[in-house]
Every structure is written in structure tokens, then in C-alpha cells.
Design a protein around this ligand. Sequence first.
Ligand SMILES: O[C@H]1[C@H](O)[C@@H](O)[C@H](O)[C@@H](O)[C@H]1O
Length: 667
Amino acid sequence: MFAAVDRRCVMNHMTQEFTNFLFELNRVKAREGGRSDCQRHREKRLAVDNVHKLQRMEELIGDRRVEDERSLIKTPSDVQANNQEHDSPTFTRQIRSDQHGSPCFIYTLAFFSALGGFLFGYDTGVVSGAMLLLKREMNLSSLWQELLVSITVGAAAVSSLVGGYLNGLYGRRICILLASFIFSAGGIIMSVAQNKEVLLCGRLTVGLGIGIASMTVPVYIAEVSPSQLRGQLVTVNTLFITGGQFIASLVDGAFSYLPHDGWRYMLGLSVVPAVLQFLGFLFLPESPRWLLQKGDTQNARLVLSRIRGGVNVDEEYESIRSSIEEEKIDAGEGPVLWRILTFAPARRALIVGCGLQMFQQLSGINTVMYYSATILQMSGVQNDQMAIWLAAATAFTNFLFTLLGVWLVERVGRRKLTLGSILGTAVSLMVLAAGFLLSAQASPPVTFHPNDPSLHNSTCITYGFCESCMLNPDCGYCYGKNGTGVVESSCMPVYAANTEAAAAGRCSNGTQESAGVFWAYNYCPTSNSWIVLLGLILYLAFFAPGMGPMPWTVNSEIYPLWARSTGNACSAGVNWICNVLVSLTFLHVAQYLTYYGAFFLYSGLALLGFVFVVGCLPETKGLHLEEIESLFGRQLCSCGAGGSQNVHYTRVKGGNYRSDEDVTDDE
Ligand SMILES: O[C@H]1[C@H](O)[C@@H](O)[C@H](O)[C@@H](O)[C@H]1O
């Protein structure tokens, strides 16, 4: 018995010594960015020596606990093996037994939080259907239509940045409550609006809510989730975004049959989930990590124990507490953004987070979604009602494949999922572009020139082919059919208030069906449309499980706590700004480069994104939030590099040990 006690004493002593050594090493590294090569080499050798010491100790003592301690010191191959281990049934069983009570409460928290994602999706998605009715009822010019659509995204960009500050100051819960209150107010304003100015106020208000929700909800879910469920639960938020977009398209379809005031229901229905979220969050707790950061230790422990089902949370609590203590040393002085920019690991995380959000939008998701109705029309769907329902099918496909992402994220990990997704997205964009290219090459000519004096000043009548005619937003193609061929086709100015008809002639309002002619606005009749349709389906299948959710998921986990709100605010801001940029420039890009040029461009940008992800995105699956920050201790663009022999240090009871690789900051 004494021998056993002795063994334990020796082991404890040596482990303590080793822990102290690593702790000191970490501090030296954090403080001295510019150590000499010689010093670094010495530290590396010391670290390796210690690993050997510990191995010998393990052999000598043969104590099972040594193995436990050793598992806290990882080489990259260990990290990899560890990731594979996570998939093994033994590991899963171990996780289950580590699992803190019933996860029911966690699912409730995730559900009420993700309603923020739902509202984000609903309010950005519903406007296209509402606009069809609004532009007739309020006689909206195209400038007003653009304003009503883009003011929401613009307001989201601004409020996501402000949201970072609010999050840090008042906490995640208050911000979610604020966002749902703003959503409700916006929904009410829109549904009772008597004129376009009030409507614009309503759209601006919901935009403010979207921005705050988009950056707060992933952070909140990540902070309350146990590490092995975190990826899945944060991805559920994106599932709710795409779910919101899908429900919005259904609501658009249903109320499109109500030409008078249908838009009020479409825009106003968002109040229901907003109020539900507000009521739910009155009873839900603050993030324990934020509470601890603010020094409210009692409540933090209480909340943590509550969300873990009342089991012992000492270890988790201690790990969060000690990481906050150490962060205070790391974080330095001054405004948070400045501290992020001057602290290499946080700066690297910010570059990765913003880069992912940027490439998500530059891959053209919202253009493809927005353009899906037209793509479907090109494939032969001429009926407008039908096009609305088919757009709902597109939104459903996006939702369905996001569900695949929820299933895959903890199985294959964030890195592989993002890599496969962005590569597939780039290839699908090429297929889309090739479809448009072939359609442009087979573009039917203009064969009929109506002799209407009112058309003499119009540029539309100067075009010789459908392709050039449809690229001008003021013109459309009016044609008749002979079997599968196009006959008697003309390029006509579009009716200003309603792009579904020409301003004059055979394709003007109400005359199309009786005259046996068809009006193609924004597209050309083509037999290559199936390639475009194939590209669209492939695009959604690849984009939705990875590039859709992963930028949000990864951002919620890569920043140290002190930088989390600001980091997420900046990356969400980048997402919204790029969203505005891509949507506003798409028509101009298409005019200069044609549609196939635009999609080839997005494909090139997605390939660039692939290179970025290969080099810079580390795997975060299965790691605790406090461990993830250590992944950014080494040079950026080496995250994907394997085969290095360097040692990774992870937290050992209070020590925040970073990678032993070079910590110079030359991204
Ligand atoms: O992750 C989401 C999702 O992919 C949506 O479908 C898209 O509209 C958003 O812009 C994006 O941030």
C-alpha cells in the first residue's frame, strides 16, 4: 500500500514539475515574440526531454494516471490520431460517460437561440415574393425596390459590428433578447406600413436585428455546448437560416394568390418566431463563460451545472476559469480590436474567420439563390406561379443539404467538410457557367422588328440576338414557337412597373396568351438549360453542407474568450459587407462579363478560397474552446501541413500551453 502511495507521490511531484515547466515556457513565449533561434531550439529540446522523462516515468511507475497526464501532451500525429479516435466507439462511449447529464436542456437552448437564425433566413428570403406584390401595389420604381431589399443587408452589416461591443458589455442573452425585440418591432412596422417610407423603416429595423442575431447566436450556442456536440449545434443555427429561407418561400407562394395586402402577411409573420424567442429567452440563462469573464463566479457555476444536467462540473469550470485568468495576461491593454491585431494567435484567428466569411459570399450563394427562378425559367418553366414554387424547391434543396452538414460536421470534421464543399462549389459554378456559355452561343436571333413609332428611341430594337437583348435590364425578348424552334422574335422595352410584360406590342400586359407569344425577361429560350439546372443542383448540394454553415461554426469557436465577441462581430460584418457587394454588383458584372463570365469569376474566387482553406483552416473538431486558441500559436498557412515533429501543448490543469512551433508572426 505504501508503495502505491509512494508511486503516486513521485508521480504527482514530477507531473507538477512538468506542469510548471510548460507553464513557464508558455509565458516566455507569450511575452517574447522575437526569441533567438538558439533559445527556441533549447526550449524545443527541453520540451522533448520532458516528454521522454515522462515516458520513462510511465514505464517505471506503471501508473495508469501517468497515461492520463500524458494524453494532455500531444504531437501533431497524436492530434490526428486523437481526431480519428473521436470516431471510435470507445471514444464515443467515453464521451457519453463524460457527458454531463441529459442534453435536453442544451437542445432547448440551441432551439430558442437558433430562432435567431430562422429570422435571419426568413427576413432575407421573404422579400423577393413580397416585392412582386409590393411593386404593383405601391408602384415602386426599381430604385425603391433595390433600396427595400438592400437596406436590410446593409443594416445587418452595421449592427453585426456594433453587436460585438454589446455582446462583450451586456452579454449574449441580453443581445439575443434585444435582437428578438427588434425583429418583432420590425415585423409589426412592416405589416402595418401605409407607405413605402414606413416600409423602409421596417426593413431597416429587421436588418438591425439580423446583424445582432447573426453574430451572437453562434457564439452563445458554442459557449453553452459540450465540445462533442458544439459543431452540430452551431450548424443547426445555419440549418435554421436555410429553414427560414425555405418557409419564407412557401409563405411567398401561399400569399402570392392574395394580390391585395398579401405582402403584409408575408412580412408580418416573422413576428411569431421573434416573440417566441423573446419569451423563451426571458427564462433561459446567460452563457457561463461570459459570466465568469465578468467575475460572476457563483452564477457561472450555477448555470454551468444547470446546463450540464446538475452533474459535477468542477473540472470544466476550473478549465474555463484558469483560461480566463491566463487570457488576462495574454490579452494586454487597449481596445479589443487593437489587442486582437497585435496578438499574433488572435490576429491569425481573425484572418481565418474573416477569410471564410468572405469566400462564403464570394462563392455567389445569394446570387445563385436569387437567380434560381430565372435559371428555372430558362429550363422551360414559363409560368410565374410555377417559378415561385420551384424557387421554394431550390430553397428546400439548400435546407436539405444543410441538414447533411449537421450530420457530417462531427463525423468528418470542419476542415475536410469545408475543403470538399468549396471544391465542389467551384466545379458546380463551372458547370453553371458552361451552361450559360452554351446557351449564349446558341442564342436565338431577333427576326421581327415591329413598326411602332413609340419604340424608335429605344435601344432594345438595336439588338440582333436574344443574349445581348436580355443583358440589358430595360429590355426583354418576345417570341413565338414553332415546335421547339423560336420564330418571330423581337427585343422590346420592359414595362417599368412590372417586368413580367413588355411596355408595348404583342408581349404587353394581358395580350401574351391570346397572341401565342412568350415573354422572356432576364433569360433566353435555350435547349442547353438542363446543364444550367444540373449546375444549380450540384451547387446547392456542395455548398449547403460546408461553405454555408462552416464559416459561422468555425468563427464561433476559434477566438479566445476575450476576443470572441469582437472577432465574431468583425467576421459577421465581413459576411454582410461581401453579401451587399456581390448582390449589388451582380447585374453589372453580368452586363460586362455576361452571365457565364460572372459564374466563371465566382468559380475562380471559390478556387482561391479552396487554397486559403487548405493552408489556413485547422481542425477544431472535438477540442474544448479553451484548447482551440492554441491551434493559432503557429504560423498561419501551416495549419494543413502534416508531418511536423513539433509538440503541441494543451491545457494541463490551468496551464495554457501552445504549440512548440515557431510563434513568429509572419502571416
Ligand atoms: O450561411 C448562410 C446560408 O448559406 C444562406 O443560405 C445564405 O443566404 C447566407 O448568406 C449564408 O450566410
